[in-house]
Design a binder for this molecule. Structure first.
Ligand SMILES: *Cc1c(COP(=O)(O)O)cnc(C)c1O
Length: 390
């Protein structure tokens, strides 16, 4: 059976050149970067080169890059790290209602530990208003954390504006850029961020590796204590193959950024147009223009998103309801809820996220099977509005 992968916001396949770059570090180059012999030195060189690449692509300095185990750890390290470092200065944190669970649940944990957190609302497109951020700032505010682009609906946030404001008030600003690194230009200086988290597996690198950018002069407490790794901010022997692979993946994504994002957004637009033309009662979520190139989120009225995803899976099409983390739960997406989508409509949501190797033929195939599935599910649905009754 034909398979079409449309879940690139959950994870991506590792690029073949990335696998190739990683392989030697599983075999002959197995050194520990802390050892002083040749094996160790080779590993150290590999980590240094990877750090240099990541730093250059983010317009940062090498010493400002800290390797982590992924986006979740980066978010935790940034938010708890600042909270514990600055708790004498203040106990107030500002974030948004549409953050990834890695940010939201970290903030909830801090609330249970004496911090006060503001969860800012968003508009109908899932956009945070910088004015709301400004109004929420108090003299106790130590951190603002707003994601660069949302993983469910793809809306790109006004990070540079929020960053400039935070800088002016001398408040640390973190952004979860897991969905944008490798997909959009990410320049830490232009964005005026102090902390930025990213994750390798969202841009064709391996799983279990990420990085946190931390501006020189920003202060955090480490979460893991141990050796001197990552300048005492993140103890533990470095994941050399992962680090090498992530840097390679990032390099490939930025070399081909223009072509890939143009192709992805064209295919995404074709998919959206096709759905609009063949299926009634669909509403698209996210900002019409300020949106990730491959991202399409739609609510199909009078059906269950889970049923839709399972039916698509039987036809070889891999998509998701909201975020990968909330699938399996019957709670409607917190993102759609924050955007004011009525609960019964949010239940019919599907997220289709395209990647670099999707083709027009695949989109044609999806547009062939999707209307049939929607028809069948609606014909069985008790939610279907009946014409006679209306
Ligand atoms: C995937 C994702 C994360 C988590 O990253 P992991 O590397 O899987 O831990 C965090 N934030 C956003 C926006 C994501 O999409």
């Amino acid at each position: 059976m034909r398979t079409v992968y449309l879940d690139h916001s959950a994870t991506t396949p590792v690029h073949p050149d990335v696998v190739e770059a990683m392989l030697p570090f599983f075999t002959e180059e197995y050194g520990n970067a802390s050892s002083i012999h040749r094996f160790g030195r080779n590993a150290r060189v590999a980590v240094d080169e990877a750090r240099e690449k990541v730093a250059r692509l983010l317009n940062a300095q090498d010493q400002e890059i800290y390797f982590t185990s992924g986006g979740t750890e980066g978010d935790n390290l940034a938010i708890k790290g600042v909270a514990w470092a600055l708790r004498d200065k203040g106990d107030h944190i500002i974030t948004s209602q549409i953050e990834h669970e890695a940010v939201l649940n970290t903030c909830r944990y801090l609330e249970r530990n004496g911090f006060e957190v503001n969860y800012l609302p968003v508009d109908q497109y899932g956009m945070v208003d910088p004015t709301d951020v400004r109004k929420a700032i108090t003299d106790k505010t130590i951190l603002i954390s707003v994601m660069h682009a949302n993983n469910e609906v793809g809306t790109i946030q006004p990070i540079a504006e929020i960053g400039a404001m935070a800088r002016q008030r001398e408040i640390l600003f973190h952004t979860d850029a897991v969905q944008t690194v490798g997909k959009l230009p990410v320049d830490v200086k232009a964005l005026s961020v102090d902390l930025l988290s990213m994750s390798g597996h969202k841009f064709y690198g391996p799983k279990g590796v990420g990085a946190l950018y931390m501006r020189k002069g920003a202060k955090i407490q480490p979460l893991a204590h141990g050796g001197h790794h990552e300048n005492w901010k993140r103890a533990g022997t470095e994941n050399i193959p992962g680090i090498v692979g992530m840097a390679k993946a990032m390099e490939i994504c930025y070399q081909e950024l223009d072509i890939v994002s143009k192709k992805e957004s064209q295919l995404r637009d074709a998919l959206q147009k096709g759905i609009q033309e063949t299926i009634a009662d669909v509403r698209f979520n996210g900002h019409p223009t300020q949106r990730l190139p491959g991202s399409l989120s739609a609510c199909f009225q009078a059906l269950e998103g889970e049923a839709l995803i399972l039916s698509l899976d039987l036809k070889g099409v891999a998509a998701s309801t909201g975020s990968a983390c909330s699938s399996g739960s019957l709670e409607p997406s917190h993102v759609l809820k924050a955007m004011g989508v009525p609960i019964e409509i949010a239940h019919g949501s599907a997220r289709l996220t395209l990647g670099r190797s999707n083709t027009q033929e695949e989109i044609d195939y999806v547009l062939e099977v999707l209307p049939q599935i929607v028809d069948r599910l609606r014909s069985m649905s008790p939610l279907r509005p009946s014409k006679e009754v209306c």
